[in-house]
Design a protein around this ligand. Sequence first.
Ligand code: UDX
Ligand code: UDX
Length: 445
Amino acid sequence: MKVSIIGTGYVGLVTGVCLAEKGHRVICVDVDQEKVDKINQAIPPIYEQGLEELLEKNINVNLRATTDLHKSVIETDISLIAVGTPFDGSEIDLTYIQEASHRIGKALQDKSTYHVVVVKSTVVPGTTDEVVLPILEEASGKKAGVEFGVGMNPEFLREGEAIQDFMFPDRIVLGGIDEKSINALEELYSVFDGVDKLRTNPKTAEMIKYTANSLLATMISFSNEIGNLCTALGGIDVVEVMQGVHLDKRLSPIMPNGDRIVPSFTTYLEAGCGFGGSCFPKDVKALIAHGEKVGRPMRLLDAVIQVNEQQPQQVLSLLKKHFPSLKGIRIAVLGLAFKPGTDDVRESPAIPIVKDLLAQEVEIRAYDPVAKYEAQRLFSNHEILYCDDLAQALQDVQAVVLLTRWEEFKRIPELLTHLDPQPLFIDGRRMLDKNSIARYDGIGL
Ligand code: UDX
Ligand code: UDX
């Protein structure tokens, strides 16, 4: 199929590159000329594992980028909207969605053949039907369901694994206002065999995305709350508690040969310093705000956010248990990205923790294998020593806090044994074996 993708951020670009790899003819559209130029030169504007290779392979074959939205819509059969949908503090900001819809509508005015417009960005339930569709009709002067189709197709891409998640999906949700719109989406995704495909209306498709993320966020805050209680009670380690819980055969089924299936779902049932990223905090808050708007407060999700916002404090409390005053103390902060495998620091728990440490006049040595530059931009006005390797960050510090589960951090116990005296180690993710480090403390211990 001929596909145009409007917005080539993280989601739009991954989608475009993967659909091209699957054999579709894709045009990536963005208002940002610099981004468009980079893509055309096969330089990914963002870091995502495997993206560069796929971009290089497909650019100028099945894929090209442009700023010309009008022409791209005319030349393709289906357009996917993947512009940003930030949370503005009180509700989800639909400005970019509205702009993109308007411009697509204007292009449809000049198009004689049937076209389908699909929302891929995460939007609150009702947005496709009540915001996008009317704008498209007004701008085009055409009737949805007659002269053009409308759909909603949420993404389920984890940062760092986005290419894998797109190429080997666990589900594909095909939301559409009518059979014809859903069929167009079905055709687009026919290149993915053997995957569960759910045909539904746009509003349900929108709700599926929010519900999926809210469930995972709830699991994390639940585990964190239990972890904090373990700490308060003393003599209980949340890691052991959760091991016991994970062994429930409904969470990790036992196969006939006695082996356990350990679903990755259980990795969301581990205590830590909180969730971050561009999705969980924003999506849960947007759903809460939307519930409020329709007179249905989301009390459980309110608590999920509250627990998460307080969770970074736990790291500070642990430090204070060992150092009554943090002033002048040298501390290594390991991991600035919101999770491993990405340079993304958006909503990273490391941000409030670093800010707090700075406020307490701590001397910070920060290390992250890839997020150094992003963090430097974020804390540009502050004095932080950024280290180029893990061993350097550990030199001469009195305490170490681990905030991201980078694979490389598995070397820490070994590196620490060479130091005398050994610094205090605070495990903000409960990543390392507590018995492998002399002075170990952590969340939920
Ligand atoms: C965004 C949303 O935030 C997320 O909720 C949704 O699921 C997918 O889209 P992301 O891809 O990370 O996620 O967004 P961002 O990196 O902000 O990229 C948006 C792109 O759209 C940018 O490249 C921007 O230049 C472009 N854009 C924005 C347009 O081309 N046209 C516009 O009118 C607005
Ligand atoms: C998430 C969803 O997983 C994905 O399906 C959706 O489309 C977009 O949002 P992502 O934000 O990339 O993906 O990250 P994910 O790997 O799910 O982790 C989110 C956050 O939760 C990270 O900050 C991570 O550190 C944190 N987390 C995860 C915990 O705090 N505890 C856990 O047990 C698991």
